[in-house]
Design a protein around this ligand. Structure first.
Ligand code: DX5
Ligand code: ZN
Length: 227
């Protein structure tokens, strides 16, 4: 399994999202990561289905929609219709996670579940066989530009074990928060295969080049890890 890069537009200029998407695509982005927040569950407010619909018109790579919201079930159809190819929901807000995961899949969208830094990998056990991917938060969600939490590396290893034990070897682990040229090789060595990066890409002077460099650093680590 190769390593893929999902630039998070949360740190891009919201008045020029089309340019941001084009730049990271030139740099080899595999997905565009879209952070949805509306002031419950996380304190920030970002974007909703209309912006996803506009992004879908310009993006050539799939849209990866990270729902940091309570009651995500109310919005699954809207985000699917807007063009999400992947949607992830937080374990922490869902008493009926199994139903939600299957509702996402029924919409023809890849279903992921997200673990906050304080949520143990074991919380996945009963759903690990059903998911298309798992997103490990390596910061507390809500804002870009935070510092990577080092414990996330062992969390990725634990999540990999839970997925493999459930027979879901094909499901990749995505990681989100504080990923840069230093942390990328470490999380890839731990088993992460989709790397979200916001500030490291869009707060750089050249997002295209930052995407390319991050992908090269991450891919180098996957080759070392599998040797
Ligand atoms: C944070 C979001 C992230 C964020 C990552 O709650 O889920 O996707 O954009 O930003 P960086 O890479 O700057 O930590
Ligand atoms: Zn995110």
């Amino acid at each position: 399994m190769t390593v893929q890069i999902a630039p998070s537009i949360l740190s891009a200029d919201f008045a020029a999202l089309g340019d941001a998407v084009a730049a990271v695509e030139r740099g080899g982005a595999d997905f565009i990561h879209v952070d949805v927040m509306y002031g419950h569950f996380v304190p920030n407010i970002t974007i909703g289905p209309p912006v996803v619909r506009s992004l879908k018109r310009v993006a050539r790579v799939p849209l990866d929609v990270h729902l940091m919201i309570e009651e995500p079930d109310r919005y699954l159809e809207a985000f699917a219709a807007a063009g999400a190819a992947m949607m992830s929901v937080h374990v922490e807000v869902l008493p009926h996670l199994h139903r939600t995961v299957h509702a996402i899949k029924a919409l023809g969208v890849k279903a992921g579940v997200v673990l906050n830094p304080s949520t143990p990998a074991g919380a996945l056990e009963a759903i690990a066989g059903d998911v298309d991917f798992v997103l490990v938060m390596s910061v507390n969600p809500g804002f870009g530009g935070q510092t990577f939490i080092p414990r996330s590396e062992s969390k990725v290893r634990e999540v990999r074990r839970v997925l493999d034990l459930a027979g879901n070897e094909a499901a990749p682990i995505e990681i989100d928060g504080g990923i840069d040229m230093h942390t990328a090789p470490r999380v890839v060595a731990a088993g992460a295969r989709i790397l979200v990066a916001g500030a490291a890409i869009f707060h750089s002077t050249d997002p295209e080049r930052a995407t390319r460099d991050l992908k090269a650093a991450a891919s180098g680590a996957v080759q070392t890890a599998s040797r």
